[in-house]
Design a protein. Structure first.
Length: 107
């Protein structure tokens, strides 16, 4: 005895008139290249830390990380983890504007 199966038929030639499905609506991965963001993240964070802080020591004290970790961020060797990114966003509302400006300049 076979079970009934559901068959989905898709026609991409017919436009869909549902809200949010306009041709300009794109997924985030189509607006930003995730690989490019990941590979440029250390440079972006380094530029941000250099603008906001005077030295890697200040970064280490503010973010509660080791001096070596702060040096890695300062030199764009690595990027901070998500909890540090959240700390920056919560303590500096201008961080979003900074990254938007940097990403527009790179495009």
């Amino acid at each position: 005895m076979s079970r009934p199966r559901l068959t989905l038929i898709v026609n991409n030639d017919v436009p869909c008139d549902q809200p949010g499905t306009s041709p300009t609506a794109k997924s985030w991965s189509n607006q930003f290249d995730p690989f490019a963001l990941k590979s440029h993240a250390p440079d972006l964070w380094s530029a941000y830390f250099r603008q906001r802080f005077h030295s890697p020591r200040e970064v280490a004290l503010f973010c509660d990380v080791s001096f070596q970790t702060a040096l890695n961020w300062w030199a764009a060797t690595t990027a901070p983890a998500s909890h540090t990114a959240l700390l920056m966003m919560l303590t500096d509302p201008a961080v979003v504007t900074f990254f938007q400006h940097e990403l527009r300049g790179a495009a």
